[in-house]
Design a binder for this molecule. Sequence first.
Ligand SMILES: *[C@@H]1O[C@H](CO)[C@@H](O)[C@H](O)[C@H]1NC(C)=O
Ligand SMILES: *[C@@H]1O[C@H](CO)[C@@H](O)[C@H](O)[C@H]1NC(C)=O
Ligand SMILES: *[C@@H]1O[C@H](CO)[C@@H](O)[C@H](O)[C@H]1NC(C)=O
Ligand SMILES: *[C@@H]1O[C@H](CO)[C@@H](O)[C@H](O)[C@H]1NC(C)=O
Ligand SMILES: *[C@@H]1O[C@H](CO)[C@@H](O)[C@H](O)[C@H]1NC(C)=O
Ligand SMILES: *[C@@H]1O[C@H](CO)[C@@H](O)[C@H](O)[C@H]1NC(C)=O
Ligand SMILES: *[C@@H]1O[C@H](CO)[C@@H](O)[C@H](O)[C@H]1NC(C)=O
Ligand SMILES: *[C@@H]1O[C@H](CO)[C@@H](O)[C@H](O)[C@H]1NC(C)=O
Ligand SMILES: *[C@@H]1O[C@H](CO)[C@@H](O)[C@H](O)[C@H]1NC(C)=O
Ligand SMILES: *[C@@H]1O[C@H](CO)[C@@H](O)[C@H](O)[C@H]1NC(C)=O
Ligand SMILES: *[C@@H]1O[C@H](CO)[C@@H](O)[C@H](O)[C@H]1NC(C)=O
Length: 409
Amino acid sequence: MCFRLSPVPSSGLVLLCLLLGAVPSYELEFDLKNSENATCLYAKWQMDFTVHYETTNRTSKSVTISNFTNVTFNGSKCRDEQNHSQIAVQFGSGFSWIVNFTMEAPYYLIGGISFTYNMSDATTFPDAAKKGSVTVISPATIKIPLNDIFRCNSSLTLDADKVDQKYWNVLVQPFVENGTVSKKEFVCDKDKISTTITPIVHTTVPSPTATPTPKKNPAVGNYSITNGNGTCLLATMGLQLNITQEKVPVIININPNITNVTGSCHPQTAQLRLNNNIIKYLDFVFAMKNGNRFYLKEVNASILTNGSVFSVTNNNLSYWDAPLGSSYMCNKEQIVSVSEKFQINTFNLRVQPFNVKEGKYSTAQECSLDDDTILIPIIVGAGLSGLIIVIVIAYLIGRRKSYAGYQTL
Ligand SMILES: *[C@@H]1O[C@H](CO)[C@@H](O)[C@H](O)[C@H]1NC(C)=O
Ligand SMILES: *[C@@H]1O[C@H](CO)[C@@H](O)[C@H](O)[C@H]1NC(C)=O
Ligand SMILES: *[C@@H]1O[C@H](CO)[C@@H](O)[C@H](O)[C@H]1NC(C)=O
Ligand SMILES: *[C@@H]1O[C@H](CO)[C@@H](O)[C@H](O)[C@H]1NC(C)=O
Ligand SMILES: *[C@@H]1O[C@H](CO)[C@@H](O)[C@H](O)[C@H]1NC(C)=O
Ligand SMILES: *[C@@H]1O[C@H](CO)[C@@H](O)[C@H](O)[C@H]1NC(C)=O
Ligand SMILES: *[C@@H]1O[C@H](CO)[C@@H](O)[C@H](O)[C@H]1NC(C)=O
Ligand SMILES: *[C@@H]1O[C@H](CO)[C@@H](O)[C@H](O)[C@H]1NC(C)=O
Ligand SMILES: *[C@@H]1O[C@H](CO)[C@@H](O)[C@H](O)[C@H]1NC(C)=O
Ligand SMILES: *[C@@H]1O[C@H](CO)[C@@H](O)[C@H](O)[C@H]1NC(C)=O
Ligand SMILES: *[C@@H]1O[C@H](CO)[C@@H](O)[C@H](O)[C@H]1NC(C)=O
């Protein structure tokens, strides 16, 4: 059964659908009219929020907010002089949710989302250590052709430190023209993947067209961190990220030209943080082992992939191990497996997180993968003696059959 509410005079309605016997599923629908009483913004969607917080006895707690009561749409607006429009929703005891849209003909952008909740509300957040309002802002950008309505039935997630946001069954057109909601849909990637990949899943042999085309190698970047004593961390590497959230992995080559570098050096640990337009952060944390070696201990990352934020952390890694006072080097492609869903492919890697002298790398300890440079002379040597034997045999055969020679070689 569904209830239609009209919380805002003449401009909004909310559908609250209670599925019989199931958890209530709240669908929000909003139809904003302009001064001529024509629709100028239309949206229908479902969402929930999982808030993580600390309790008075220092344990952490999570609360999922999925039922929306006393919904109002104050502050929502149609296209203004700056080509912005906005949906603002208030519900429950002091919750507010705002999404911004920007028109940039011939596209529009679904922009940042801000979510505010009231930790003073002891019913929703029992035993919260901190009181008061908290606002989390999530940058998100989805670019959509201006006269299309955006549809995404799959769930889109935005994970911030304190709040995981989930959106699904989304239908939105923030700049409706001539009062008529568009029939032309722009379907999100996740929906496309689930509809196009599903038939392949049932066949046992993967279709050759389903394998993603290999990307070219990433550009190699020089990254360094300085502290009061000059350069304290050096890293040279080409980085390729592989996110397997969906059936088809997303491969991202990091362009060092547009990537910012920050970080810090401490006596026992060192951190390198990269960020750019799609990488909110990619942290490499180095630590020491037995007081005489260093290694890559931790990777923390948060990456925007078409409107969703993919976050991952692993502080129990053991890569790039080398003696203190030297650097670690691996020219071949190497894989840092951070989680089941996330791996980093490195190319032309060289790092030195500790004991950097005069801004230069110390002697390198090479990865075992590169050790075949030592093997080359052996192979060449073995190849040469093999060649001599072949020539001798060929010569002997050639003496008997006049046509042997070349083909045998
Ligand atoms: C706007 O249009 C609706 C029907 O489309 C009508 O019920 C309503 O009275 C109109 N409101 C104004 C202010 O004209
Ligand atoms: C902390 O509080 C929670 C409930 O808020 C309770 O379940 C838990 O047992 C408490 N832990 C301690 C150590 O008191
Ligand atoms: C929304 O606006 C109405 C009328 O403008 C006002 O009565 C109401 O208190 C507002 N609600 C919130 C949550 O600001
Ligand atoms: C937060 O909740 C407290 C307690 O319910 C209330 O007194 C306060 O006005 C609320 N703040 C906001 C901004 O809604
Ligand atoms: C939304 O847009 C308003 C201005 O229209 C701006 O003040 C606000 O910071 C924006 N919010 C987000 C989350 O980007
Ligand atoms: C809106 O109306 C104008 C004038 O009638 C027309 O030129 C335009 O193409 C219409 N836009 C859409 C999206 O239908
Ligand atoms: C990185 O630094 C090395 C040594 O200083 C230099 O040879 C190389 O060209 C640099 N690479 C890039 C991409 O700047
Ligand atoms: C990306 O990861 C998936 C799953 O681990 C793997 O099958 C695929 O080969 C990887 N692709 C690249 C280019 O590393
Ligand atoms: C980075 O900048 C250099 C010099 O401006 C240019 O040669 C190179 O192609 C750029 N690399 C990428 C990946 O854009
Ligand atoms: C990595 O992420 C975890 C969990 O979000 C956090 O506890 C840790 O402090 C982060 N590490 C760094 C170096 O930011
Ligand atoms: C985002 O979507 C575009 C167009 O649908 C696609 O070409 C691109 O590969 C996607 N990027 C990511 C990181 O998913």
